[in-house]
Design a protein around this ligand. Structure first.
Ligand SMILES: [Mg+2]
Ligand SMILES: [Zn+2]
Length: 202
């Protein structure tokens, strides 16, 4: 558990949620999103997208369409010196497809995608963060033990009422990124402290 990550929801957080976005011509960055990813990468965070993609269960598009879109997005990010380290998606939907919600552990608010990524990338969830625009994003993050921030883009304003008063809410992904920089410990640009064990045990 050596790496820190920021888990990002996709639609409504990184890009304008136009409903089942799967073509590059429908991809519209939320202002500040590219800068936010660049800042997180420079600070040493892994950046991992976790996204419910029920459009696959519904048959609107397939895995190859989605993978192609994500590859193009990453090429664009690389022009800015950034990258998304991993994309995790849940292709399921409660009423469509072969795997119904009761059998699926990945559809947010379940924490399955976060748990999978944390194994794949050796992530310390207790020092990691999540940013999303729905209560189900925040619930998935908290279930995985990740500090979670609601953004008010996408469905955020409507979803805010579904969360408790102690929920962290900021305007958008760039504000969330600044919040993380201000609250992450140890500071992202500093090395980890060497914590000496001072107990009397073994
Ligand atoms: Mg969303
Ligand atoms: Zn799933």
């Amino acid at each position: 558990m050596t790496n820190r990550a920021v888990f990002l929801d996709r639609d409504g957080t990184l890009n304008v949620d136009k409903g089942y976005v799967h073509r590059i011509e429908d991809w519209e960055w939320i202002p500040g999103a590219i800068d936010a990813i660049t800042m997180l990468k420079k600070a040493g965070f892994l950046v991992i997208v976790i996204t419910n993609q029920a459009g696959i269960a519904r048959g609107y598009y397939d895995e190859a369409d989605m993978t192609h879109l994500h590859a193009i997005i990453n090429m664009e990010l690389q022009k800015h010196g950034a990258t998304i380290d991993g994309f995790y998606h849940c292709p399921h939907h409660p009423e469509f497809g072969e795997v119904r919600e009761c059998e699926c552990e990945c559809r947010k608010p379940m924490p399955g995608m976060i748990d999978k990524a944390s194994q794949d990338f050796d992530i310390d969830l207790g020092r990691s963060w999540l940013v999303g625009d729905k209560a189900s994003d925040i619930q998935a993050g908290l279930a995985a033990g990740v500090k979670s921030i609601l953004v008010l883009t996408g469905y955020g304003n409507k979803e805010r009422a579904l969360l408790g008063d102690d929920a962290i809410c900021v305007t958008d992904i760039l504000a969330a990124c600044n919040y993380i920089m201000a609250h992450a410990y140890p500071k992202p640009d500093k090395p980890e402290p060497n914590v000496a064990y001072s107990g009397t045990g073994k």
